[in-house]
Write a protein that binds this ligand. Structure first.
Ligand code: PEP
Length: 243
């Protein structure tokens, strides 16, 4: 099996004004001077990309966007292109987060187009998939995730251009997590459908207490962290749990 370095990413979502973001980034950059086994990424709101990028420059923490438009430029009020993210210092962008799939009605085709946009701009796409509670209760979790992968992962994906994040919708921001066996099952199902060197993150209520058990799973190559990424110490504790 190829070596896959674990990857811990923080999704700050729509949180933080400049002073908050800069303070959080400073704390994290300081902690990240310490030894850690994983790659680290923070995805602040677009308004904070530049100031946070300045703080983490030269540290081992990389910068990512939370979403991008599929077009490089144009009349798309309020949107941000992958090229703009790249120009702001980003190396990665999240696409297909459930808050965009379900909150903003984005389809697999939209997410596929955004992934291609990320690649066009030279960004690594962190592509999120995951079932709703109703889909899990109906025993359809694997089928749903397989369908999302088939519909949203473009041809030509490679380990250095794509990361998959398995994020069950019902686990995001709820404090609930699937069982360890359920996480292992879905990650194995994803592994069967993507290039073997591609990293698969788990996301959904990861915190300093549950991180070690989740990150110990063979097919879990890291974590996408929402709420717990807003405290530098908690995010760092999760990073420290990586293997
Ligand atoms: C997320 O938003 O990607 C996420 C996993 O959030 P949380 O960790 O808060 O569940």
């Amino acid at each position: 099996m190829p070596e896959r370095k674990q990857f811990v990413a923080g999704n700050w979502k729509m949180n933080g004004r400049r002073a908050d973001g800069v303070g959080l980034a400073r704390g994290l950059a300081r902690l990240a001077n310490g030894a850690h086994a994983c790659d680290l990424l923070v995805c602040p709101p677009a308004t904070l990309l530049l100031p946070v990028g300045e703080v983490i420059a030269g540290s081992s923490v990389a910068l990512g966007g939370q979403d991008c438009h599929a077009s490089p430029a144009g009349a798309f009020t309020g949107s941000i292109s992958a090229e703009m993210l790249r120009d702001s210092g980003c190396s990665h962008v999240i696409v297909g987060h459930s808050e965009r799939r379900h909150g903003c009605g984005e389809s697999d085709a939209d997410i596929r187009a955004k992934t291609l946009a990320a690649w066009r701009a030279g960004l690594v796409a962190i592509l999120c998939v995951g079932e709703t509670r109703a889909e899990r209760e109906a025993g359809r979790a694997v089928d749903v995730v397989a369908g999302q992968l088939a519909g949203s992962v473009p041809e030509g994906a490679a380990a250095d251009t794509l990361i998959i994040a398995y994020e069950p919708v019902w686990a995001i921001g709820t404090g609930l997590t699937p069982t360890i066996a359920d996480i292992a099952q879905i990650h194995a199902a994803i592994r069967d459908r993507i290039p073997s060197a591609t990293r698969i993150l788990y996301g959904g209520s990861v915190n300093p207490k549950n991180a070690a058990e989740i990150l110990a799973l063979a097919d879990v190559d890291g974590a996408l962290v929402g709420g717990a990424s807003l405290k530098a110490e908690d995010f760092w504790a999760i990073a420290q749990a990586s293997r």
